[in-house]
Ligand binder design. Structure first.
Ligand code: FAD
Length: 406
């Protein structure tokens, strides 16, 4: 088959690498670099990124690692050690499973009932799971903010339950050597080695449809015939690329309802370790920052010699981006008072360059109203898949659908 992929983000590259083993694959990317929000961004001797925190939520044993292995992309992923800690009010770190230390005796009494809800509740939100107890909601917000760029109250309980089951099944985070580009470089090489092409600076302007089925794309002004079209740009943008006669009203109504998740990343140049380990530091007692990581404990090449790259994340809680950034910067100043660091770059992510194209728990699956046109990426994550693990699960299900249909 001839396969055309719209967008060379992680989703498009994974799908392209898998299908290029048996099919003729061309991946079209509008930018002059591949990787989308999962690529390194060299800056002042540091390897920052176009989006992600150089971290893979389930490390070397998760869905992304498994899919990379399956397609033959060689990436070394090192498990974080410890996997995560919490920062207390008086700026001490406690182990992830020692979270009860962060709660008052009254809130601790509620833990057994909250545990039952966390493992079994299917309706309501993450905040309901922790009984809407303000202290426990703080911890849940920190975890949801870091992992999903959402709040506990904004995330369906069913999704959080599925995330927790995936953590039990696949384990906690890891860091790819070389950062995000370590992953996407390996995928691009795999596609090329299989005879496929990743074509940069070439936007797809339209998806061609005949009798309800995709027949190709218009890329860089030229019509490229294809038996299967895979889009890595989310359902909404994809729907804008084909004849609106095919946009079913029910599907259009769902597209109107879904929202991306927005967030802010602050990158710090640290002259001394601030987090002090390669896992996640959750920060429940801040105004905005949900957590931080310091991946240079695994891969020192991501910072100049002797320095650390420390990155914080916060879900964007209001539309006032300037104010949100200010609050985040204040948090970091308080948290690391007296430590030697400077702010390298502040990046905000929303609209068409968000943290997730569809907020976790509201993903739309791979199918579109057009036969032979499939969506992958973080607008079509698999259930319970945190970030790129969700992208990998979504790509796996798209590959299953394609194999069954053709
Ligand atoms: P994208 O990366 O957006 O790829 C889509 C590509 O399509 C882009 O390259 C775009 O330029 C291209 N494109 C768009 N329109 C067209 C067109 N018409 N024609 C051709 N090309 C087009 N995940 C993790 O697992 N770990 C993390 O540590 C992590 N941290 C994050 C931190 C931040 C601040 C952000 C923003 C995200 C983070 N994520 C993380 C999420 C992760 O980065 C994304 O889920 C993932 O990179 C999305 O990949 P994608 O392929 O779905 O989309």
């Amino acid at each position: 088959m001839d396969v055309a992929v719209i967008g060379a983000g992680l989703g498009g590259l994974l799908a392209g690498a898998a299908l290029s083993r048996e099919h003729d694959v061309q991946v079209f990317e509008r930018l002059d670099l591949y990787g989308g929000r999962f690529a390194n961004l060299p800056y002042k001797g540091f390897q920052l990124s176009t989006g992600a925190f150089h971290m893979i939520p389930h490390g070397p044993t998760g869905p992304l690692a498994l899919l990379l292995k399956e397609v033959g992309a060689k990436v070394e992923i090192v498990r974080s050690q410890p996997e995560a800690t919490w920062l207390t009010r008086d700026r001490q770190q406690v182990p992830f499973m020692g979270f009860r230390e962060l709660l008052s005796p009254g809130a601790q009494l509620k833990i057994p009932l909250a545990m039952v809800k966390v493992m079994g509740q299917k309706k309501g939100t993450g905040a309901d799971m922790v009984l809407n107890d303000p202290e426990m909601v703080r911890l849940a917000d920190s975890a949801c903010g870091w992992c999903l760029s959402t709040t506990a109250a904004g995330t369906p309980a069913a999704e959080i339950g599925a995330v927790l089951r995936n953590i039990q099944k696949y384990g906690m985070p890891g860091v790819p050597m070389g950062g995000c580009s370590g992953v996407v470089d390996a995928l691009e090489r795999t596609i090329k080695d299989n005879g496929g092409r990743v074509v940069l600076s070439t936007p797809v302007d339209a998806v061609k449809v005949e009798d309800g089925a995709a027949t190709g794309v218009v890329a860089g002004g030229e019509t490229v015939p294809a038996d299967v079209v895979i889009s890595d740009i989310g359902h909404k943008l994809t729907a804008g690329l084909y004849d609106q006669r095919y946009l079913e009203p029910k599907y259009a109504a769902v597209l109107d309802r879904v929202r991306p998740s927005a967030g802010i990343k602050i990158c710090l140049a640290a002259e001394e370790p601030l987090v002090g380990h390669s896992g996640v530091l959750f920060t429940p007692f801040t105004q905005r920052v949900n957590g931080l990581n310091e991946v240079t404990h695994v891969d020192p090449s991501l910072a100049p010699p002797g320095m650390h790259l420390t990155m914080s994340h916060q879900a964007m809680l209001t539309g006032d981006v300037k104010k949100e950034i200010e609050l985040g910067l204040q948090d970091l100043k308080t948290m690391f008072a007296g430590k030697k660091f400077s702010v390298l770059l502040v990046q905000s992510y929303r609209d068409d360059w968000p943290v997730n194209r569809v907020s976790s728990g509201y993903d739309l699956g791979n199918l579109t109203p057009v036969k032979g046109l499939f969506v992958v990426g973080d607008g079509a994550k698999g259930h319970g898949g945190i970030e790129v693990e969700g992208v990998a699960l979504g790509v796996m299900s798209a590959l299953d659908l394609i194999r069954k249909a053709y």
